[in-house]
Design a protein around this ligand. Structure first.
Ligand code: SF4
Length: 357
């Protein structure tokens, strides 16, 4: 088995080179070519000795997700469908001007959390992504959008629950942070979770701490268990308790995401309960009026209902944002990412699924 260079952090790369008879000091150059410049052709790595460039392909592979579809929304959002080395497909989204450039990336193929408003949840979990596949999405998006040399934000809000794939997700963040790579500051990364409490507790001890977003979506356990099934194991009180204990950087706050579902969780009582639940937590609330999709049994509330909800929270001194839906015309908006799992369907069938709704 030849190791995949894309999976190795700098320390692992040094050890792997040495173990195969290369000089370990070339690891920094190699890491820079792969992770910073997005180069996958060894011949183009011109500061490496020619003999090394010739020998590398017999010692290693270098996998990068391949773009198999690139959908552009009228609002500038781009959704890339990416094929992994085993033929599985995932989606990664570029959202411009939010006001920064933002990449929304996946951490799993599918998702086991089964949230009731989410198309990815309908797929079930196909498999975890590796650290290299998570980082690979960023490289591919940065190259496709001309941002390899520019700052961008990353949100782990694509397919999957990042804390369900903890090891690979955190390794990916360390690889992205490496100075020889894209040097992405953890302040520019937001990890979004449904609230896997042991994962939150582990995250609280990480030296590299991303921003935290918690998908709440309901204000009672009964309501939330119906919409976000993991709530049966990790109920609201346990999640909010973990949030209260979460070590925040100066001036940072936890974002609470709340998908508004008409008649389910968007009443004035819900707004009042939400404000009460969040008291004592440094927080901001991100309201997301549902992006309706076929097969999703919920409706988007009217603007009046959304405004009323916002007003109740604002009156209680909460910072509230209503997320503008981006890329709805290409199904790149929240909860709309879906690729039929594995190779069970042909590429044409997968595209039909993606395009046809
Ligand atoms: S909303 Fe997020 S956690 Fe829930 S099913 Fe969809 S991808 Fe998974």
């Amino acid at each position: 088995m030849r190791p995949d260079l894309a999976e190795l952090d700098l320390g692992e790369l040094e050890a792997a080179l040495e173990a195969r008879g290369f000089e370990r000091f070339h690891a920094r150059q190699l890491y820079r070519w792969i992770q910073k410049r997005g180069v996958t052709d060894f011949e183009r790595m011109t500061d490496l000795p020619r003999s090394m460039r010739e020998r590398l392909p017999s010692a290693f592979v270098l996998n990068t997700p391949q773009v198999v579809a690139d959908h552009r929304s009228l609002d500038g959002t781009r959704k890339l469908m990416l094929e992994l080395a085993d033929g599985r497909r995932i989606e990664a989204v570029f959202i411009p001007d939010t006001p920064s450039m933002t990449f929304c990336i996946s951490t799993q193929v599918g998702c086991a959390m089964a949230c009731g408003f989410c198309l990815t949840g309908k797929m079930g979990l196909v498999r975890h992504l590796t650290a290299g596949e998570i980082v690979g999405q960023v490289r591919v998006l940065a190259a496709a959008t001309g941002l390899l040399e520019s700052p961008f934000n990353i949100v782990l809000m694509g397919m999957g629950e990042p804390l369900h794939n903890y090891e690979h997700t955190m390794k990916a963040l360390r690889m992205l942070h490496a100075e020889q790579g894209l040097a992405v500051s953890p302040r520019r990364v937001t990890l979004s979770t449904v609230g896997i409490v042991p994962g939150l507790e582990r995250l609280a001890r990480e030296p590299l701490m991303p921003n935290l977003a918690v998908s709440l979506h309901a204000t009672t356990d009964e309501q939330r268990s119906a919409v976000v099934p993991p709530n049966r194991k990790y109920p609201l009180a346990a999640i909010l308790d973990a949030c209260r204990r979460f070590p925040l950087r100066k001036r940072s706050r936890i974002t609470f995401e709340y998908v508004l579902l008409e008649g389910v969780n968007d009443t004035p009582e819900d707004a009042r309960r939400l404000a009460k639940l969040l008291s004592g937590i440094k927080s901001k609330v991100n309201l997301i009026p549902l992006n309706p999709s076929p097969g999703i049994p919920y409706r988007r509330p009217s603007d009046e209902r959304v405004d009323r909800f916002v007003q109740i929270l604002a009156d209680r001194h909460l910072t509230v944002m209503v997320r503008k839906s981006r890329g709805r015309d290409i199904r790149a908006a929240c909860g709309q990412l879906i690729v039929e799992g594995g190779t069970k369907k042909s590429a044409a069938q997968q595209m039909a699924l993606l395009m046809g709704g």
